[in-house]
Design a protein around this ligand. Structure first.
Ligand code: T5A
Length: 212
C-alpha cells in the first residue's frame, strides 16, 4: 500500500509572496524525489474555479458575509473530493495556495463571523482532514498591498480597506500562536531570496521531522 502524501498549505495576506514561494517549496520537495501537485483556493477544480470567479468579482461588492463563507466551503468540498484527497491517497504531496486558515483569517478575522461557526463548517466539509504543514508569510499590511497593487488591478478582496487586512493579519497570527506544531511563520517583508532561504529551511526541517 502506498504511503499517503502530505498536505502543505501556504497562507498570508495579499501580496505576501505565497505564489512566488510555492515554486520554491515544490522544487525543494522534487529534489527529494517527492511527487507534488500544486493547487489553490478558492478554486483548484473546474467548479471551484467558477466559484472563485464569483468570489473575486469586484462588481459583487454587496455579497453577504455568510454567502461568501458558504461559497468558500462549497469550492473547498469540491476541491477536496475531486483533487486533494485522490492525490494524497496516491502518495502525491499537495501544495495548496491558501486553505481553511484563510477562511478563519478573512471571514472570521476580517468579516467578523464567529470562529465557532467556521469550525462547524470545517468539521462538516473536512471531517478530520487538516494540513500537515502550513507556511504563514507574514509582513506589514502596507508592504503586501503595495506589492499586490503593482501586480494587477484590485479584485473584490484587494479593494477592502487597510483595517480589514490588519484584522486578517491578526487572525493569521492568532492561528499560528494556537498551532505552533503545524504553522511556521516566515518573515515575508524582506527580499525574495531571503524569503526563499527561510522557506527552504522550514521545508528541510519538516522533511527531517517526518524522517523522509
Ligand atoms: N480568501 C481565500 C478568503 O477570503 N477565504 C478563503 O477561505 C480563501 C481560500 C484569493 C482571495 O480569496 C480570499 C483571500 C484572497 O483575497 P488570490 O488572487 O488567490 O485571491 O489572492 P492572493 O493569494 O492574495 O494572491 P496575491 O498574488 O495577491 O498574493 P501572493 O500570492 O501572496 O503574492 P505573489 O507571490 O503573487 O506576489 C505578489 C507580488 O509581489 C512580488 C511578486 O513578484 C508579485 O509581483 N513579490 C515580492 N516583491 C518584493 N519582495 C518579495 N519578497 C516579494 N515576493 C513577491
Amino acid at each position: 500500500m502506498k504511503t499517503k502524501g502530505k498536505f502543505i498549505t501556504l497562507e498570508g495576506i495579499e501580496g505576501a509572496g505565497k505564489t512566488t514561494q510555492l515554486a520554491v517549496v515544490q522544487s525543494c520537495l522534487e529534489e527529494q524525489g517527492v511527487d507534488v501537485l500544486t493547487t489553490r483556493e478558492p478554486g483548484g477544480s473546474p467548479i471551484g474555479e467558477r466559484i472563485r470567479a464569483l468570489l473575486l468579482d469586484p462588481d459583487l461588492k454587496g455579497i453577504a458575509a455568510d454567502t461568501e463563507l458558504l461559497l468558500m466551503f462549497a469550492a473547498r468540498a469540491e476541491h477536496l473530493e475531486k483533487k486533494i484527497q485522490p492525490a494524497l491517497e496516491n502518495g502525491i504531496w499537495v501544495l495548496c495556495d491558501r486553505f481553511t486558515d484563510a477562511t478563519y483569517a478573512y471571514q472570521g478575522g476580517g468579516r467578523g463571523i464567529e470562529l465557532e461557526r467556521i469550525a462547524l463548517l470545517e468539521e462538516y466539509v473536512q471531517d478530520s482532514m487538516r494540513p500537515d504543514l502550513t507556511l504563514l508569510f507574514d509582513l506589514p499590511v502596507a508592504t503586501g498591498i503595495a506589492r499586490a497593487g503593482r501586480r494587477s488591478a484590485p479584485d473584490r478582496f484587494e479593494s477592502e480597506a487597510v483595517c480589514f487586512f490588519e484584522d486578517v493579519r491578526t487572525g493569521y497570527l492568532a492561528i499560528a500562536q494556537s498551532n505552533p506544531e503545524r504553522v511556521r511563520v516566515i518573515e515575508a517583508g524582506v527580499p525574495v531570496e531571503q524569503v526563499s532561504d527561510q522557506v527552504r529551511r522550514q521545508v528541510t526541517a519538516f522533511l527531517k521531522e517526518i524522517d523522509r
